[in-house]
Design a protein around this ligand. Structure first.
Ligand SMILES: Cc1cc2nc3c(=O)[nH]c(=O)nc-3n(C[C@H](O)[C@H](O)[C@H](O)COP(=O)(O)OP(=O)(O)OC[C@H]3O[C@@H](n4cnc5c(N)ncnc54)[C@H](O)[C@@H]3O)c2cc1C
Length: 560
């Protein structure tokens, strides 16, 4: 029998930061990850992490305001205040743990300017910021002797008497299924990029954590807010980091014009991501694109600068397109990058289910609202990962382990075996591709009633088809076919929550831009949309709204 005070699902930045805190608090902590921890998607973050440091003449209120404006005033301002106030301390703490941040000529930590922000406050490690932080947190977890279930896959949360009391998980190496008891569970299972296609996200970003919470009855919030990153590589969807524009790259249309002049004269290429993505898509739709793309131009920065500051992008350009960025602009287009929505939590990571916490990309503390600023996600993971562990520590003090009936495990074994035994069904990959294409068409950079209704219809059909998929591999050891099938089930739940949130919002705000209702409507829609599973209703979904928490920044028109 495995058991822990705090069990954390996910070993990305949110999960590992929470784990380090939990162990420091004297808790018995377990971390479970479907891949080796340093293969988590946090590893792919290139650009950096934001922090307003006062000794740089920066101010937490300026960062908070940029974040709130970036969110199109949908972020809860109390949560943003906490993130901005705790940012400096969190980044310095990472440095002290061993993250070797890049430094400027003056020897001080170097910064670059990211989109939607007035000043340069993004700290970075070359083009490997996420990887550098993740490796340091992993080292810390080894130092603390952390218990890691590596290459284990969580299939179900266990809820008894309204409390979360553990999980069922599959040891991928052996195919054995186990109950892991826990006094509290923190979901830090990352994003859901692969619900869409193309996406900058790793193939493992399938929204499992969101679906686990959904199935357990927890509410998810702002799920319609899908971030399309403005610069993903033509053809593959590989991210060309915002650092490129942060360092001064231009965006050009087929006439060679810097078209951002028309859309965001003050911020130009460094306007918020939703604004830049829409501008690009408008250029493409109006015939000023090149094969469905526009161009990212770094030539004026010079070879030396590109290679020293943006070496990784140069590598991607050469390896994937045969393009030398010092010689030629590179074709890019908007691609799905991040989900602002997530499991609704308070500022301490608590969800609507007792004992269940969430942190990182799968959570919605509500700091990103309708559009996330670049380099604010890494910050979110460390600030709220730590807070979730602290709060879970207090919670478990008065909690005893629950005795779990053996039928939980037996039923889950039967369910998985029935997928393995199913014959002559469709392959998961085919259904998955259709789902992802439908989502991008329906809930894209631009959307309207018709596209969203079609997406609901499509996903409804997909949900029926998923019940009949079958897999070729029947063995127990490393059955990745089975994992893909389980991930597809999770993804369809996430897709279902997204389409129902999206169709409910009757305005345009941030990433949710409707071509049939093009304006923001604060009178009726300055509120969050919460959706949760409802077995009583016809479509299985309950939709509710919640007011936005405004502390001191009254909503105004958003201009860049
Ligand atoms: C290409 C790219 C570049 C980015 N660049 C930046 C940047 O420069 N700055 C910035 O702020 N943000 C950036 N982001 C966003 C940011 O990296 C992520 O939002 C953040 O790292 C997510 O961290 P996380 O800890 O929440 O999840 P992840 O790092 O995705 O970790 C999720 C964990 O959950 C585990 N898991 C998931 N499902 C299961 C399951 N069923 N069972 C067991 N384990 C499970 C996984 O194994 C993994 O360990 C970028 C994102 C991408 C895709």
């Amino acid at each position: 029998m495995y058991e822990h005070d705090i069990l954390i699902i996910g070993a990305g930045l949110a999960g590992l930061r929470a784990a380090v805190e939990g162990v420091r608090n004297g808790m018995n902590v377990g971390v479970i990850s479907k891949v080796h921890p340093v293969r988590s998607h946090s590893n792919a973050a290139q650009g950096g992490i934001n922090a307003p440091l006062t000794d740089r003449g920066d101010d937490w209120e300026d960062h908070a305001y940029d974040t709130i404006k970036g969110s199109d005033f949908l972020a809860d301002q109390d949560a943003v205040e906490i993130m901005s106030r705790e940012a400096g301390e969190s980044v310095i703490e990472l440095e002290r743990m061993g993250v070797i941040f890049s430094r400027g000529d003056d020897g001080k930590l170097g910064t670059r300017r990211f989109g939607g922000q007035k000043i340069a406050r993004t700290f970075f490690v070359g083009a490997i910021t996420g990887s550098a932080i993740l490796h340091v947190l992993f080292e810390q977890s080894i130092k603390y002797g952390l218990n890691v279930y590596e290459e284990w896959f969580v299939t179900k949360l266990l809820i008894e008497e309204g409390k979360c009391c553990g999980v069922i998980a599959l040891d991928i190496k052996t195919g054995e299924l186990y109950v892991i008891r826990a006094k509290s569970v923190i979901i830090a299972a990352g994003g859901a990029g692969r619900v869409f296609e193309p996406s900058t996200n790793a193939i493992i970003c399938t929204g499992d954590g969101l679906a686990l919470a959904w199935q357990a009855g927890a509410a998810v919030m702002d799920m319609e807010m899908i971030q399309y990153h403005p610069t993903t590589l033509a053809g593959t969807g590989i991210l060309m980091s915002e650092a490129a524009r942060g360092e001064g790259a231009y965006l050009l249309n087929s006439d060679g014009d810097r078209f951002m002049e028309k859309y965001a004269p003050e911020y130009m290429e460094l306007a918020s991501r939703d604004v830049v993505s829409r501008s690009e898509q408008t250029e493409i739709n109006e015939g000023r694109g090149i094969d469905g793309n526009v161009l990212l131009d770094l030539r004026h920065l010079g070879r030396k600068y590109i290679e020293s500051r943006l070496g990784y992008l140069q590598e991607v350009g050469v390896e994937f397109m045969g393009i030398d960025l010092a010689e030629q602009p590179i074709p890019i287009r908007p691609g799905m990058h991040y989900i602002m929505g997530g499991i609704k939590t308070d500022v301490n990571g608590a969800t609507s289910v007792d004992g269940l916490y969430a942190a990182g990309e799968c959570a919605n503390v509500s700091v990103h609202g309708a559009n996330r600023l670049g380099a604010n996600s890494l910050l979110d993971t460390v600030v709220f990962g730590r807070r979730a562990a602290d709060h879970a520590t207090n919670y478990v003090k008065n909690i005893k382990h629950v005795n779990l009936d053996a039928s939980y495990l037996e039923n889950e074994k039967k369910r998985l075996q029935s997928i393995i035994d199913r014959k002559n069904g469709e392959r998961p990959a085919i259904v998955r591709n259709e789902m992802a294409n439908s989502m991008t068409l329906g809930i894209g950079v631009f959307r309207n009633q018709k596209t969203m209704e079609k997406a609901i219809n499509d996903i409804s059909g997909i949900r029926d088809r998923v019940k009949n998929i079958s897999i070729d591999r029947k063995g127990a050891v490393f059955n990745t076919d089975l994992i893909f099938a389980l991930e597809l089930e999770f993804m369809t739940d996430v897709a279902w929550s997204i389409v129902h949130s999206a169709i409910s919002r009757k305005e345009s705000r941030g990433a949710h831009f409707r071509t049939d209702i093009t304006t923001r409507d604060d009178k009726n829609w300055l509120k969050h949309i919460l959706v949760s599973k409802d077995n009583e209703s016809k479509n299985g979904v309950k939709v509710e709204t919640l007011p936005v928490n405004i502390t001191k920044w009254e909503p105004v028109e958003r201009q860049y």
